[in-house]
Design a protein around this ligand. Structure first.
Ligand SMILES: *Cc1c(COP(=O)(O)O)cnc(C)c1O
Length: 394
């Protein structure tokens, strides 16, 4: 081993350490070394476990998904699959459950990216979606067809913070013999563990609370082995994989998830109460408030005193009132997304819901002034002060 090229490639930089490091190493590798031709054949044939190629499976990425599965199901039965983004997780889940001619039932209030996937992409492949009022159980039941392949839901809807009646919706799906999949991004397993309420598949954008620091993009799906094996196959075939560097950041976030989300939810309830008491505010949407339509349902399904950490505040007035509130913010950042350490706000009708006009917004229960605030880890008093001063003269 004397040539420069050989020494550069095979030198001590490749050395692995046998001792366990406190923090797991990041397996930033595209492929894995196997012991023999026979072992390689056995691993490729699935007769022996082993790592082959990181688009297929990577230990750092899989560890993240396993860790989320363990949070969603402390009994350790559910398994998880890692994805490069929340939308990658949603795409692979729907592709695994649907074929040409399949039908999907999803809530009207579904996350914009999921709506776009269903209406712009999957529709081109003969997959049709009925969007129904997810709080109207009879409407959900009536929308089901013999070819309905999945019932889709969201634990907490954006930006109304509507709570899905998970036990009732699971029963509807069970009666129809189809899986019930929910996007639990806004809740996180600290607020709600949907599998305990009869849900079959839990999907997250890990970019939000799970990672928690707004520095990594990822997604995860958790559920029973048989369904997850089908979803994994779609992930492998489409290449929707989670990179190990991102996975390591997301896993670091998970260690503080309960601390962060508990604090964020507590602060959100304080903020919601302060805003709701202000005469310059037309409406506040947060399930901690007894005035929220799903306050009682949230108490039944969620961890004690935790109601999520997104607060939607609609100042009195129209679109200008909401945009002016955004412009007056000093501490809260003008930025989309949620779940990070930094509080962020967007004017809903001109950002996340820009595809809707005022009539469609009204039908969805969204006021033209609506401002969605993702509560971070700042002190509650400072956030209340900033949001109140941002209401201006009213
Ligand atoms: C952000 C988000 C997604 C999409 O996740 P990405 O990581 O951005 O792909 C899906 N569902 C909900 C509810 C979200 O908030």
């Amino acid at each position: 081993m004397t040539g420069d090229g050989t020494r550069a490639v095979h030198g001590p930089a490749r050395r692995a350490v046998a001792q366990e490091p406190l923090t797991p190493p990041v397996y930033r590798t595209a492929t894995f070394v196997l012991d023999s031709a026979q072992q390689t054949a056995d691993v490729f044939a699935g007769k022996e476990s082993g790592w082959t190629y990181s688009r297929t499976d990577n230990p750092t990425s899989q560890a993240f998904a396993d860790a989320v599965a363990y949070l969603e199901d402390p009994s350790g039965v559910a398994v998880g699959q890692p994805f490069g983004s929340g939308m990658a997780a949603i795409t692979c889940t729907l592709l695994a459950l649907c074929s040409a001619g399949s039908h999907v039932v999803a809530p009207q209030e579904v996350y914009g990216g999921t709506w776009a996937l269903l209406t712009r992409q999957l529709s081109r492949f003969g997959i049709e979606t009925s969007f129904v009022d997810g709080t109207d159980l009879e409407a959900v039941r009536a929308a089901l067809r013999p070819e309905t392949a999945v019932l889709w839901g969201e634990v907490l809807a954006n930006p109304s913070m509507t709570v899905a009646d998970l036990p009732a919706l699971s029963q509807i799906a069970r009666d129809a013999g189809i899986p019930f999949a929910v996007d639990a991004t806004f809740a996180s397993p600290v607020v709600c563990r949907p599998l305990e309420h009869g849900v079959d598949l839990v999907v997250h954008s890990a970019t939000k609370y799970l990672g928690g620091h707004a520095d990594a993009t990822g997604g995860v799906v958790v559920g029973p082995t048989a369904l997850l094996e089908r979803i994994r196959t779609v992930r492998v075939d489409t290449g929707a994989t989670l990179a190990p560097d991102e996975a390591a950041l997301l896993s670091r976030g998970l260690a503080t998830l309960p601390l962060r989300v508990t604090r964020q939810c507590t602060t959100a309830a304080i903020v919601a109460q302060a805003l709701a008491a202000d005469p310059r505010v037309a409406r506040v949407d947060h399930p901690s408030l007894p005035s929220h339509r799903d306050h009682e349902l949230a108490k039944r399904l969620f961890a004690p005193s935790l109601y999520g950490a997104v607060v939607t505040v609609s100042p009195a007035g129209g679109r200008e009132a909401g945009m002016a509130m955004i412009d007056r913010l000093e501490l809260v950042k003008r930025a989309t997304s949620l779940g990070g350490t930094t509080s962020k706000a967007v004017h809903v009708p001109t950002t996340t819901h820009v595809a809707m006009d005022d009539v469609t917004l009204a039908a969805a229960g969204i006021l033209p002034s609506a401002v969605r605030v993702s509560i971070g880890l700042e002190d509650p008093e400072d956030l209340v002060a900033d949001l109140l001063q941002a209401l201006g003269e009213g």
